[in-house]
Ligand binder design. Structure first.
Ligand code: UDP
Length: 374
């Protein structure tokens, strides 16, 4: 079997092929390392473990996924917290009672008062886009301060152009809960994501070749030799040249700064900067994750662009309609050539890590049951 891409989706598929079927899986990966966007490493100047492509916080309600990830490596509970810099002060995200009190000058003391405040400000009409979604949750004032300008910076599109799912990612808290996620399981791999991938791929039946571009590879090799192919790259790139337009993706630039002899730069791992006059969207300080120790610290500022590596599919009307055309081509490709499209980029969907794992496990199970029937 050939697997294109050594991120979460490709690695889970390879693991299943090797461990369940006892068959060989060759993973080819364009980058020089495994782990896709989860890849992490220890910064040699500060000794701090950091992600190369942005902070990755694992969280899930899915018992099966939680059990699955634990079979390969040890995970340490970690409850993510985020602050947002609004009007010169740090306020909690997702919005909770403290956020409303700080930003709107209220004096709410409990959930009952919060519910009354929310029901007075929440939009109650139909939800057609991310603006409706946010205003239906937090009301217009918080939307304008914390969500609209951040979203414009992040996506270069207004929330009114984006599918409701984008801002549906951010819940609202009716109490003082400061956790970013409410899922039962929230954890980080104790030895880092790269180590977790090494464990996941640890089977002599799995071979990984890094620095190998699939589109070059397929010119030089006979793909007919593989029983099946699992493609995890951008779906439009796979069908490149077949007259359809390209899908849009958002990419991130990471700006690293190191601070010698500084304990912490900011109060928590992630601080969002929604305001338009600040050029970046957020600052990540990796030292906070799993309470790492170092005499120094390092921060990463994020800005976004539309030409770098594709990270986020952009769910607006045009892209979703166009994706539907690609999806139909993918269904045909699967039937005719046994090529499966798996993961965030191949399904053009903003998936969390647990969803990507679930997606890959379910795809494998479907194929497996078909094989068993034959
Ligand atoms: N968002 C926002 N303000 C915030 C945090 C998030 O407007 O303070 C919006 C923004 O559009 C973002 C989306 O909510 O892209 C999802 O946020 P999340 O933290 O899930 O983004 P990710 O970490 O996946 O980049």
């Amino acid at each position: 079997h050939l697997i294109v891409g050594c991120g979460l989706s490709g690695s889970v598929i390879a693991e299943r092929i090797a461990n369940v079927w006892n068959e060989n899986a060759l993973i080819i990966e364009k980058r020089e390392h495994i782990g896709g966007n989860c890849y992490d490493y220890v910064d040699d100047q500060t000794g701090i473990r950091m992600n190369k492509y942005g902070a990755h916080l694992f969280h899930t309600k899915d018992e099966g996924v939680w059990k699955y990830v634990q079979t390969f490596d040890k995970w340490t509970r970690w409850e993510h917290r985020v602050l947002s810099m609004v009007d010169g002060q740090f306020v909690p995200v997702p919005v909770n009672i403290t956020t409303v009190n700080q930003v709107c000058g209220e004096n709410i003391e409990d959930t009952e008062e919060m519910d009354a405040w929310l029901s007075a400000v929440q939009y109650k009409g139909p939800i057609e886009n991310s603006e409706d979604m946010a205003v239906s949750r937090v009301g217009r004032v918080l939307y304008e301060k914390m969500f609209k300008p951040y979203t414009v910076k992040q996506w270069n599109k207004g929330p009114e152009e984006l599918d409701p799912s984008v801002l549906a990612r951010i819940p609202i808290r009716r109490d003082f809960d400061v956790r970013y996620f409410s899922d039962k399981y929230q954890a980080l791999p104790a030895k880092g994501y790269t180590h977790f991938f090494e464990r996941l791929l640890d089977n002599p039946r799995i071979q990984v070749q890094t620095g190998v571009d699939f589109f070059k590879y397929k010119l030089e090799h006979d793909l007919g030799q593989f029983k099946s192919i699992f493609y995890t790259g951008p779906i439009d790139q796979y069908f490149d040249g077949l007259k359809l337009e390209s899908l849009e993706y958002r990419s991130i630039d990471f700006h690293i700064e190191r601070f010698s002899d500084m304990n912490y730069f900011q109060p928590c791992s992630v601080v969002n900067y929604p305001e338009t006059n600040v050029p970046f969207t957020r600052i990540v300080e990796y030292k906070h994750f799993l309470n790492q120790t170092s005499k120094h610290t390092v921060t990463v500022k994020e800005t976004t662009n539309d030409h770098g590596d594709p990270y986020y599919p952009i769910p607006n009307k045009r892209n979703m309609e166009l994706y539907e055309c690609y999806r139909q081509m993918a269904v045909k490709e699967e039937k005719e050539k046994n090529v499966h499209f798996v993961g965030r980029l191949a399904n053009y969907k903003y998936m969390n890590m647990d969803q990507a794992i679930r997606n890959a496990l379910d795809l494998f199970d479907r194929i497996n049951s078909k094989e068993e029937m034959n």
